[in-house]
Design a protein around this ligand. Structure first.
Ligand code: PMP
Length: 392
């Protein structure tokens, strides 16, 4: 008997590989664009989070190259010690401005931003209140904190109030995705803010899928609802609209000062590399200079939502560029993925434990740079395959 036995006995993924229904770790040998070369084959990319299509922008690439030339390939240390660059400070100032907060703090990944912030913010005998569909990094932040996590039913305000009533008088932080990463629906922030006020809870919003997507300037769901003053902490990532990797927390100066000295995921991990830092700075500039990108993203989103619905697909409550097709059984999701793959369309199947059994999704996500011809080509395939599998 060895601790390693569970690894040797783990056969689920190998069985899936043997049957040809294994949609993970696919190898891309091109840029992350509307078309990619995947396992040697040209495919339409409809599963990328590069919402504004900036990962291939010449200015973003140039900024990354120039930063590498000036600062080298890495910082070889944490922000706390030898790893703070002048461009980190510049980036944090721009992010704070974007989301309308006094200060911001950049982390090496969005995952670390959530884990590092939540675990530092919530102590013993304190509570974290989360939506059941919140991202894994929020859950992991709760697990790493000394506090207690309580979950409410997805976007269900009655359920949220019941949870808050249970812990009335105790210290609590509500943490919620602005746009839910699999469902593509928007958190009911106006109602959440009212409940947070009523029960004296703090509020943190994860803008991973809403930055560059929602709000007049692309600042996210909080800007979309005009609830900046009512939101204590805003989290964002650089790995989606902002075309790189990394994440951040924005808040008032006191909260950021606290995180700088208490957030272990920041202090004990190397800082964001120069190339990523400079890429995000340039992506932010382009986002500001070219608001037509967000307009195009929404044109594409509205078009795909209405076409999918007209075909008879169930897109749930999605109203953003994240559009899931609810296909039910796991085998149907895998069959649909396989057929779309054969037809050259890259999407992501979502199966348990990410969703409840028999609530499987084909998660599509759209970009500002998808052309109408690309969308139409994909729609033809979705129509044919949906009928073939009796989904529509
Ligand atoms: N929050 C949400 C809602 C996400 O979807 C993700 C990534 N999928 C993260 C946080 C983590 O971000 P990153 O990929 O930058 O680590």
């Amino acid at each position: 008997m060895s601790i390693l036995d569970k690894c040797y006995n783990f056969t689920d993924a190998r069985k899936a590989m043997a049957t040809g229904y294994y949609p993970y770790f696919r190898v891309i040998s091109s840029e992350q664009d509307t078309e990619v070369i995947c396992d040697g084959k040209k495919m339409l990319m409809m599963g990328s989070n590069s919402y504004l299509g900036l990962t291939t922008h010449p200015r973003v690439k140039e900024a990354s190259i120039k930063a590498t030339e000036k600062y080298g390939s890495g910082c070889a240390g944490s922000r706390f010690l030898n790893g703070t660059l002048d461009i980190h400070i510049e980036l944090e100032s721009e992010l704070a401005k974007l989301v309308g907060k006094e200060a911001a703090l950049a982390y090496p990944t969005g995952y670390q931003a959530n884990v590092g912030c939540i675990s530092a913010m919530v102590n013993k005998n304190e509570y974290i209140v989360t939506d059941k569909y919140d991202h894994a990094s929020i859950i992991d932040g709760c697990l790493l904190s000394e506090g207690t996590m309580l979950r409410y039913n997805h976007n269900d305000m009655k359920s949220l109030e019941q949870v808050l009533q249970k812990i009335h008088g105790k210290k609590s932080l509500i943490v919620v995705d602005g746009v839910f990463s699999m469902e593509g629906d928007i958190a009911k922030l106006p109602e959440i803010v009212l409940l947070a006020k009523k029960y004296d809870a703090g509020l943190m919003v994860d803008e991973a899928h809403s930055l560059g997507v929602l709000g007049a300037t692309g600042a996210g769901a909080v800007e979309h609802f005009g609830l900046n003053a009512e939101t204590d902490l805003i989290m964002g990532t650089f790995s989606k609209s902002l075309a790189s990797v990394g994440g951040f927390i924005a808040a008032n100066e006191t909260l950021i000062h606290y995180l700088k000295h208490k957030s272990r995921a920041l202090i004990f991990s190397a800082s964001l590399p120069p190339a990523s830092t400079a890429s995000v700075l340039e992506a932010l500039k382009i986002m500001k200079e070219e608001p037509e990108r967000m307009e195009k993203l929404w044109d594409n989103t509205h078009y795909m939502l209405s076409e999918f619905k007209a075909m008879g697909y169930n897109t749930g409550d999605s109203c953003t560029p994240v559009i899931p097709l609810h296909v039910g059984q796991m085998m149907t999701a895998f069959q649909m993925w396989k057929r779309l793959d054969e037809e050259g369309v890259f999407i992501n199947p979502v199966v348990p434990p990410a969703v409840p059994p028999n609530s499987c999704l084909i998660r599509c996500s759209f970009m500002a740079t998808h052309t109408r011809a690309q969308l139409d080509m994909a729609l033809d395939k979705f129509r044919i395959i949906g009928k073939e599998l009796h989904i529509i």
